[in-house]
Design a protein around this ligand. Sequence first.
Ligand SMILES: [Zn+2]
Length: 277
Amino acid sequence: MRASTTRPSAPRTAVFFHAHPDDEALLTAGTMAMLAAEGHRVVLVVATSGERGQADLAPGEALGEARMAELYKSAAALGCARVVNLGYGDSGLAPGGGIAEDRPPNAFIDADGEEAARRLAAILTEEGADLLTTYDPAGGYGHPDHVQVHRVGGRAAQIAGTPIVLEATVNRDPLLRGLKLARRFYPQLDVRAFERAYSRGEEITHRVNVRRFARQKRASMAAHATQATGADTRTLGVMLKVPGPLYRLVFGTEWYVRRDLAAGTRLRHPFETPPKA
Ligand SMILES: [Zn+2]
């Protein structure tokens, strides 16, 4: 299926909406670097500063500041033109997954969704955004703040009239294969946690080949030092140790679902439009 496709000749603006610093590194970094390299304006928006993430630093303001500094470093590596933090509190994650009870009063999941969507919509309008990325309805691996990104992002695009909404996700099938392979080297890796996460291959409309941007993606991951050091079980720490060739194999593609396109659509570029039927 190599039908004719249309790509824009004029630069466009893409806004990548993420829950916490470091989510951009795992899910969309290659696409961001690619669009920036093509001359498009790439804007990174986070809902929180991730001040309750796992780290050697105690959760709190200092960790939030450190993680925002890391986010700026990552954004620079990817060629972002602007970084915005909506400033909600990191809702954290309960020990077994799910909603933490000891979350801060301004936690993103407790925010008025309509108000949060209006704030994001204001950025989309100001930027004249052509494209917004959110998350799949499952919120990837199910972090409550990620589910909220899906809700708030979709509504914001509606308010602002942003024409393209892509749900950043992972094709669960190669992810599980990759993790099972990685488990040979890191037996402590919990593969079961990913069995119902993200999206099935058949739901995915966009498979973006980002192999050429593996260096930038790795630099983006490496920028998030607080999330990549210490215990081996932390996802980023494990990912960074994956040897180069395997890394390119596992992380060479980024996946998106565009819900307004027919099932079975297979596109390779975020701004690509499907050939007319
Ligand atoms: Zn996150």
